[in-house]
Design a binder for this molecule. Structure first.
Ligand SMILES: [Fe+2]
Ligand SMILES: [Fe+2]
Length: 304
């Protein structure tokens, strides 16, 4: 079993981009803002709205990533006391989760910097519900339940941003724009996170009894509720900060909401836990394909 995790993390030091290594521009050009308008509104008439929308989304994502790091640290610490599951033998699981946690903090750092570059303002939001979101994972539940709940929740956001990354690449195949470079750098790590999520779906969750599964779903639902609240708060804060309605006519935002609700329903709305690509029906797959120009959401890009 541990072999799977070792294979996932084998090239983690190569298939990654440190925030310092990105080719940070001094300023985001008008041409790139027009491109961002095409990405989100499907025309070039909304560069400012597109800027505010991307600022809001990535600032909020940075908060969610910091939460993943915080909760992973709790799980890693509590797993020290778990001698029951062979999955915890040796260093493989510890290493995989540590890489996951460290990468998410790098992402938060990368997006934090990007948001300031893009918006030209020190966009901060204090009421980020961090304490409430972490509190869900500070009870006496087993660390396996906490790990599974965290991965289920992270998996939704990771799947949605992967669809956006594919759209960015499709509309900028030469990677001329910084947003494409940024999301692709992020996606290198995310491809491993998805595989770790899938590992947890395959190896950890099936060992739960009914009560444990129910408890895991409770924590996932509570996390997702707080994430939704966070999203609304960030939306309001961004609209006020920039005096800008970025939502009306925003095709990317509509798709994002639609995909988030759909993925939640598909992944943990039923009896067991599903992987997104396997769970999409033809109509849903078409929706993903029309937006991202790619048939599959999660492709294997670990080898090499
Ligand atoms: Fe991330
Ligand atoms: Fe991730």
């Amino acid at each position: 079993m541990t072999n799977t995790l070792d294979l996932i993390t084998e090239k983690a030091h190569i298939n990654t981009v440190h925030p310092n290594a990105l080719n940070w521009p001094e300023k985001i050009s008008h041409e790139e803002l027009n491109h961002m308008s095409r990405l989100t509104f499907e025309d070039e008439l909304h560069p400012r709205e597109a800027m505010v929308y991307v600022t809001k989304e990535l600032a909020q994502l940075a908060e969610i990533e910091k939460h993943v790091t915080g909760v992973m640290s709790i799980v890693l610490s509590e797993l020290q006391g778990d001698a029951v599951q062979s999955l915890n033998d040796g260093h493989s699981l510890h290493h995989a989760l540590s890489c996951f946690a460290a990468e998410e903090l790098h992402h938060a750092n990368m997006f934090y910097r990007y948001v300031r570059l893009l918006s030209g303002c020190d966009f901060k939001y204090a009421d980020n519900l961090y304490a409430q979101r972490v509190a869900l994972y500070q009870g006496d539940d087993s660390p396996w339940i906490k790990l599974a709940a965290l991965c289920c929740s992270a998996y939704i956001g990771e799947s949605v941003i992967t669809v956006f990354e594919h759209r960015c690449t499709a509309l900028d195949p030469e990677r001329k724009f910084f947003i494409t470079q940024l999301l692709e750098a992020h996606g290198l790590d995310e491809a491993r996170h998805i595989q770790i999520d899938h590992y947890v779906f395959d190896e950890v969750i099936p060992r739960f009894n009914e009560a444990e599964l129910r408890r895991m779903k409770q924590i996932v639902n509570a996390t997702e509720e707080l994430n939704t609240e966070l999203s609304m708060r960030f939306g309001k804060h961004a609209a006020e900060t920039f005096s800008c309605d970025f939502a009306a006519g925003n095709k990317a935002m509509q798709t994002q909401i639609e995909l988030t609700l759909l993925f939640r329903e598909l992944v943990f709305g039923g009896e067991g836990i599903q992987k997104v690509d396997a769970a999409l029906d033809e109509v849903q797959q078409k929706l993903v394909e029309n937006f991202s120009y790619q048939q599959h959401i999660h492709t294997q890009k670990l080898a090499g």
